[in-house]
Write a protein that binds this ligand. Structure first.
Ligand code: PEP
Ligand code: MG
Length: 317
């Protein structure tokens, strides 16, 4: 069994009809990059940077963040490292933060929090720009719902560059910028986002929560938290298609991407980039290597057109 897994680790993630699939890793702490490499990940698809800020009373400095990001970038040896800017609020909070939003999931979280706290945001952006000197960093913005948030983020990145230049600190230019698609509004009105950003990553955990009005952490309604709801799948499909048309990469980095039971379904939606916990990577790769992508696309498209539930059993070989 072990030898077989090792073989699988070095085998390419290509479907039976020759479509190359990128399999990347989600990490929460820099040390986990090693596990991503051991699993044969093509890169880091999601580094949840807020974990550097949690469980402590002070904020990490620019230098401390730079070292954490640079260590991941170095471990990944040239593979892309997608670092999500602070996604605080709702289910993830700073220690000692006593402000309670009336509805945290709909409140000042993630990019909204960062734009409202420009010093915290600027510090993180400078650390990211500096770390990108050591390899391929991509900045990923969580919880985007408006184009003006994209513009404000670009301005904040430009200001961070100007400050580093003034300080004479080296950094890499033209860093790529992408957004999480996890609020239904942007999946529905995706065109300006896909045009102005370099890449998109679908956060199905929140996308499902906001589409179905189900709190992702509330066990009383957990049975209604349904990744296979046709509305959710249409939003994913719409986003992937828009990326395909614009020639921009689209990944899924929510839990669905690491669930081997839905790998065929996601391939059928046209997904070519999956990011997941490193421990799930080989099971997903196994599915990819046994799937016929084009046949799946035909089956999934016809069910989606009728907004029918997709029968997963009908997608297996
Ligand atoms: C998501 O929402 O799907 C996601 C990947 O981000 P998080 O689970 O950290 O909110
Ligand atoms: Mg999310």
């Amino acid at each position: 069994e072990r030898a077989q897994l090792a073989l699988l680790r070095d085998a390419p993630a290509v479907t039976l009809d020759g479509i190359a699939i990128k399999l990347e890793a989600n990490i929460e702490l820099p040390e986990e990059a090693q596990a991503a490499m051991l699993a044969g990940a093509d890169g880091i698809g999601l580094f949840r940077s807020e974990f550097l800020f949690m469980g402590r009373r002070d904020l990490p400095t620019e230098q401390e963040q730079y070292q954490a990001y640079a260590s991941v970038v170095k471990t990944m040896a040239g593979r892309p490292v997608t670092i999500r800017t602070l996604d605080l609020g709702a289910d993830k909070n700073l220690d000692g933060d006593v402000t309670v939003a009336s509805n945290p999931a709909l409140g000042l979280r993630a990019i909204r929090y960062c734009l409202a706290n420009p010093e915290i945001f600027a510090t993180q952006l400078r650390a990211l720009l500096r770390a990108s000197l050591h390899g391929h960093v991509r900045i990923l913005i969580p919880m985007i719902s408006h184009m003006h948030e994209v513009h404000a983020t670009r301005q904040a990145i430009d200001a961070a560059c100007t400050e580093l230049e003034a300080r004479g600190v080296p950094y890499a230019r033209n860093i790529s910028l992408g957004a999480m698609v996890e609020i239904p509004a942007i999946a529905i009105a995706i065109e300006p986002f896909v045009e102005s950003l370099d890449f998109l990553s679908i956060g199905t955990n929140d996308l499902i929560q906001y589409t179905l009005a189900i709190d992702r952490g509330d066990s009383d309604v957990a049975d209604l938290y349904d990744p296979m709801h046709p509305a959710v799948l249409r939003l994913i499909s719409h986003t992937i298609n828009a990326g395909e048309r614009a020639g921009k990469p689209v990944a899924v980095c929510g839990e669905m991407a690491g669930d081997a039971r839905v790998t065929r379904m996601l391939l059928g939606l046209g997904l070519t980039e999956f990011s997941m916990h490193p421990a799930q990577l080989l099971d997903v790769k196994k599915e990819v290597r046994q799937a016929h992508s084009n046949a799946l696309r035909v089956k999934v498209a016809s069910a989606l057109n009728r907004a029918e539930r997709i029968d997963l059993a009908s997608l297996s070989a």
